[in-house]
Ligand binder design. Structure first.
Ligand SMILES: [Zn+2]
Length: 291
């Protein structure tokens, strides 16, 4: 996976109905709503890790068919630990399709990491779609992070032979520190977060259920559960995002309303990075192409 070549992302995300995003180069699927296998066909065979953000049915209803088609020991399905739906589904899947075996169903807590490669992890991050006490999160975002080691600041600028001597004396780990780059962040369903968690993400896939925060009454529980486009665009404009992918729009909007709102907000927040849109009812294929 070269840093210059964009990831190949196929996705579907329509509020209430289904959400899933497949990242070809990572062999990862984020959420598995209804229609995922039918949308990816043979490509679904490439998936090795599934990460489910939460247990709402539009984010997991495709798991039964996916597992039936693809179960094998190399396949793992990760989910928030405190959602009872996943053990229930794993047990039902085992009874319904008893010939299907091998899949590992693995619960995650916020902060847990799943190693994709020596230099690549997926980190689970709590979000606020479903309120619960911090140690019992039922709703996760996922961050794909590339890990490298860089010289500690005190060694920067030293001549190569000095660094080589230090390296043989003290060892690589003593003179370097871990550096992480967010290759991709997947918000799942969530209100926006302005704590800087998405800063410098090469790709941010964010939900955008509503077009305007004005449409949501202050006492509506949706206000704290979902994001509105104006909030996401403002937040992203402050986060040095590489490319923003927007999805999970409500079907109450026509495509042209969504696209016009994005254009208007792009001007308002002076956004120059590319914005890609997964429109309601449509599969986005190679979403980042031409990014
Ligand atoms: Zn949803």
């Amino acid at each position: 996976m070269s840093p210059t070549k964009p990831l190949t992302i196929t996705g579907y995300s329509t509020a209430l109905f289904s959400t899933w995003y497949f990242i070809d180069e990572l062999a990862c699927l984020f959420d598995c709503g209804d229609g995922m296998s039918a949308g990816l066909l043979q490509k679904s065979r490439k998936i090795r890790h599934v990460f489910i953000s939460h247990a709402d049915r539009d984010h997991l209803a495709g798991l039964l068919q996916f597992n039936q088609l693809n179960a094998r020991p190399e396949l793992s399905i990760h989910f928030p630990r405190h959602c009872g739906s996943f053990p229930a589904l794993a047990a039902f899947s085992g009874k319904f399709d008893p010939q299907v075996t091998g899949t590992k169903w693995l619960p995650l807590d916020p902060g847990d990491e799943v190693q994709l490669r020596a230099d690549l992890v997926v980190r689970a991050v709590a979000n606020r779609h479903i309120e619960s006490v911090p140690s019992r999160s039922k709703s996760l975002s996922y961050f794909v992070e590339a890990i490298s080691r860089k010289l500690k600041p005190e060694h920067l600028g030293k001549p190569g032979d000095v660094i080589a001597a230090l390296r043989s004396q003290k060892g690589e780990r003593a003179i370097t520190e871990e550096h992480r780059r967010i290759k991709l962040a997947f918000s799942g369903d969530t209100p926006i977060e302005t704590d800087g968690r998405y800063d410098d993400a090469e790709v941010l896939i964010h939900e955008s259920t509503f077009l305007s925060s004005d449409e949501i009454a202050a006492d509506d529980p949706c206000l704290i559960r979902h994001s509105a486009l104006d909030q996401v665009m403002e937040m992203a404009s402050n986060s040095r995002i590489g490319t923003l992918i927007l999805g999970h729009f409500s079907t109450r909007y026509h495509d042209h309303q969504i696209l016009e709102a994005i254009d208007r907000l792009r001007e308002r927040y002076k956004i120059e990075f590319p914005i890609k849109v997964v429109l309601p009812g449509q599969i986005g294929r190679d979403v980042l192409a031409d990014a």
